[in-house]
Design a protein. Sequence first.
Length: 292
Amino acid sequence: QAELGLNEHHQNEVISYMRFARFKRGLCLKTVDSCFQDLKDSRLVEETFTVDEVAEMLDGLQTVVHSEVESELINTTYTNVLLLRQLFSQAEKWYLKLQTDVSDLENRELLEQVAEFEKSEFTSSNKKPSVDLIKPKLAPLNEGGSELLNKTVACLQEENEKLKARLKTIETQATAALDEKSKLEKSLKDLQMIQGDQKTDENQDITELENKVAALKCQFEKTLNDATENQKVLEDNLVTTKHDLLKVQDQLSVAQKELEKKFQQTAAYRNMKEILTKKNEQIKDLRKKLSK
């Protein structure tokens, strides 16, 4: 039997939609047939008709058939939009952005493949109905590479949050180090003012005060150097953390693009292309028939 290159679940979904489309197509054809039959039963009661009478009957029939076919085509368009809405809603739950290629809807080779698939599925006498054809709603994609990419995105997002928290902590530490440096500089200025104001006649007191000031200067310079070195380390850590954050964000963006690319290669995406291709071809055939 002809296959569409899908897994069993997605192929059953396609069969379910094709069964629905065949049912709607049958109703439309029955409606068109009934229009002709009504004309035969209501108007063809005499053996001969004039040209004007025949033209009038054909115009009336054309109006009725045109209205019925137009209504069915509009309903088919709306039905396809609802089907696309289901797929897009499912994709948005996984933060995906789907894209469609309308040019593939007129691919003759793909249309013939779908026609062969329909023929094999609905005309085979030994074909058994599938148990899992109708679903209340679409289930999220959660298998194979998609699941792996989703887990990768989740991990990158978690790491991104951790880096943001770390960055905030480092910024707080850097701010505290700058405040401490300002306090030490103020203390040094105060000591210098005290040294200038205090004058005594006793050399011993002056010497002791100078020694204390020298000791405080040494201690302050050591503390200042430590604070400066600590500040430099914090600034380096801050830059490194920012680079790591940008790297993780870039990895997150790449992972999301890979996930979108992965989904575009899934069966659901190709399936929708094939269904829309078939519908477009049916519309063209109907237009040709109406033109004739």
